[in-house]
Design a protein around this ligand. Sequence first.
Ligand code: ATP
Ligand code: MG
Length: 614
Amino acid sequence: MTSDEIRRKYLEFFEKRGHKIIPPAPLVLANDPTTLFTSSGMQPLVPFLSGETHPSGFKRLADSQPSLRLEDIDEVGDNRHTTFFEMLGNWSLGDYFKKEQLSWFYEFLTTELGLDKNRLWVSVFSAESGSAVGGEGKTNVPSDTESLAIWKGLGIPENRICFYGVKKNWWSRSGEPKNMPEGEIGGPDSEVFYEFPEVKHDLKYGKTCHPNCDCGRFLEIGNSVFIQYQKQADGSLKELPQKNVDFGGGLERLAAASNNVPDIFQTDLFSPVINKLEKISAKNYSKDSLASRQMRIICDHLKACLMIANEGVFPSNKTQGYVLRRMLRRILMAAKKLGLNVTGFPFEEILFEIAVIYKDVFPELIDNAKDISLVFSGEAGRFEKSLNLGIKELEKAKTIDAKTAFYVFESFGLPYEVVEEIAKDKGVEISKKEFDSEMEKHQRLSKGGAERIFRGGLADQSYEVTKYHTATHLLHQALRQVLAKSVRQEGSNITAERLRFDFNWNEKLTPEQLKQVQDLVNSVIDRNLPVVCEVMDKDQALKSGALGFFREKYQDRVKVYTITDPSTSSGPPFSREICGGPHVGMTGELGRFKIIKQEAVAKGIRRIKAILEK
Ligand code: ATP
Ligand code: MG
């Protein structure tokens, strides 16, 4: 069965069972300063799982969500992990619960995909998991006996039902129950695995094999999370009146299972690319395990880079652009290991292959691939030059140690492994540990912590960032009042330390104008006005004067944040913008607003940097 068919069947299956098929969120959430990329189907839906009504009015939702997980980047190279993947998802917002969820997924797997039910294994949350694998300790939450009974009722024999504890089969935003703050919601989950008996267990993964073993014999194809508890002030967990289901299953892995291959890279979502790589490297994917690892990395990263670039991201030193740059460099290093000549960027055709694979989901890729390839090729050329400079620098150095390695990494992008190689030729050994600690030191020093962000896929999630987000709306409106109504946001970047705002304006702002803008923002802060969030139809929002951005693709229903003075609420609001949030509740929370810099960034575009003082 093709992957396109599986995606379609899944959505149809859940649509028939009363679900609204919702459009997936973009990978890069333009108005969310807290994360770099969407990494699961649940992520854009958190407000609705926390009790907000979904704009569609439905309590049953389903979609296929393109997801990017940088935290899995070191896993890429095995049979089942990629950074970019599609997560098929379905949700119940206080509607159906365990019985329907588990039965439907089982039905989908066995009747729609035709999986062999004798190869399905499941896991269930056990509070006493010490007796199961891992000895993870006890919690005060009861074991999930309901899911256990449902699986048995569906015919899964007891020897294929495994019990795991809080580390594996519990979900909340803060992790296991003891870490959950008061008010947080969470609950047990139940995973489904498909077994490939032909994959022999490798002892390097432990004495015995089990569904959560990493050897590759078991493929996790779906996870049903049951959000049923809320943490109380006394530390206990109380049953929620409204219980939710959050399900996610990887399309790539479902495709592997339904086609009976234990390797997602041998499904139609990857195989055209692997075939091309075999051709240009003259190496055999299934016979050469070193080559296959590099091919998997190149294949995944090229796809991820294409998807990121398709959303308008360019290689740079910041946030998403930095991720793109680092992934492109990893592609080039892997390509060199594979023996490819990377001068002239040999991957244009492969980018087209990927565009064709995804023609149903991202039809615009076919048109965009050429331009994106040019950008990648330019970036690759610059990296190649920088690498050569770095290598020259190293050759000049009298000694090579961890500090030198870090210096050439930071200044020329020379990866650690390359330095290690060159050092080896000179008969010196360098310590990876010391290199890592240099890196850590640097991360603490560097403002954006770009490397930390790269690893975690997370920007700063703090309350400070939320405050700057609200301050950005105030600044936007103040500029429109002081300068002209035609002022529009052209870009925005927020950290926990400052905001940066780009807008269309030709001249340098006079000191008086700057002061007026700053005073206006502070007067709104002083009046301590409420920041109100409403969900409405997109057209209604735009008609009501909410600011939106033409470049953004909005869903039919959108969130609108309004700041109005209640004592003068008959007039127009101070500020009204379509925005994903989050924002503070009252403007008084912001502190003192201070503009610290203005500059020109491009023709007709000015930039303001501002801070909030306590
Ligand atoms: P794993 O333990 O295999 O890394 P996970 O527990 O991190 O999976 P979830 O967060 O529960 O996975 O995500 C739901 C589903 O998404 C998984 O059951 C799997 O099918 C798929 N999935 C998760 N991570 C990846 C990945 N890096 N590449 C491909 N599919 C993935
Ligand atoms: Mg994982």
